[in-house]
Design a protein around this ligand. Structure first.
Ligand code: TA6
Length: 295
């Protein structure tokens, strides 16, 4: 299918009716729907669908730099590039422990001359996106240092979850971890002992986070489970009201319906020697929370 700018999108569907839509612009997942057709990812009503801006929502790929802690544009160039489809990618070097029951697309990004000017490293970035029969989504990024000198990068799956009301959402799994607070020059703090809830702007990188994080949406009685491998950090971001007003591509009240929980590698950038390959895997599932604890 074509998108707003005539850029190809790929739709993955499974018999249950669940679907995923991926744009070749940025290799960005722009939609993930469950078997009832409910949209599980947030998309801003004011998203700018015009390259080189990344659409605000879905799951932009932040590579080779997260944030603006480096010489490149915010979150790096990968989310603003057109990716290509690779039909017969080399096999994943991790034994695929998942059955063949899934719909898959393999995307590829290689540096342009422009990229090489700003980031002189020869890489191949393969992104495999899978929608499984039960509707869960996996994204596997493989970055290989083709033949240059060693290079380092930071990375995030910048995941915009759709929530009913941010003040009714809590995150379990990040308790007692250290985090770098982007709102205070990335100063290091330690999270307290119970679930994270939201009543103001939050912009943090939890470091050394566990492999499973739960985001509980009280109203929708829905829990997102985030599983990750090779991605030791977790970004938690909600702009809240004041910052939202300064963002052209986000409605003033829409911060209430979104929460970014990004599987990432930020505190300790990944370093690849020539011909070495890094794999970062994210699995997202959405389950109905049977017992929504009243708290
Ligand atoms: O998620 C953390 C963050 O770096 C925030 O500071 C905010 O800038 C957000 O990413 C969105 O960045 P973007 O470039 O997509 O507007």
């Amino acid at each position: 299918v074509k998108d707003w700018n005539g850029i190809d999108q790929i739709v993955l569907k499974v018999p249950s009716g669940a679907s995923v839509r991926v744009s070749l612009h940025g290799g960005q997942v722009v939609s993930w729907r469950n078997e009832k057709g409910e949209e599980l990812l947030f998309t801003s009503s004011k998203a700018i669908f015009k390259p080189p801006k990344a659409m605000r929502g879905g799951i932009p790929i932040c590579f080779p730099q997260f944030g603006n802690c480096g010489s490149l544009e915010q979150h790096g160039f990968a989310r603003n590039r057109i990716w290509s489809i690779e039909n017969d990618p080399p096999p994943l070097n991790t034994n695929s422990k998942f059955g063949s029951g899934k719909a898959t697309i393999n995307l590829l990004l290689k540096p342009t001359d422009d990229n090489l000017k700003s980031w002189p490293h020869c890489f191949e970035f393969r992104l495999r996106i899978c929608l499984f029969m039960d509707g869960h989504l996996s994204m596997t990024s493989r970055v290989r240092n083709v033949n240059g000198k060693p290079f380092s990068f930071s990375f995030a799956y910048h995941t915009y979850l759709s929530v009913s009301d941010i003040s009714e959402v809590r995150i379990e799994g990040l308790e007692t971890l250290d985090y770098l607070d982007n709102l205070s020059q990335r100063e290091r703090f330690t999270e307290q002992g119970d679930a994270i809830t939201f009543e103001s702007e939050v912009d943090r990188v939890y470091v050394g986070s566990p492999t499973v994080i739960a985001v509980l949406d009280h109203e929708k009685k829905r829990t997102f489970l985030i599983r990750k491998e090779g991605l030791p950090d977790t970004v938690v971001w909600n702009p809240w009201e004041k910052k939202s007003r300064s963002m052209l591509d986000l409605g003033d009240e829409e911060y209430k319906q979104m929460l970014c929980v990004d599987a990432a590698a930020i505190e300790k950038p990944i370093t690849l020697k020539p011909n070495e390959e890094w794999t970062g895997r994210l699995e997202l599932s959405s389950v109905l929370s049977t017992c929504c604890h009243d708290h």
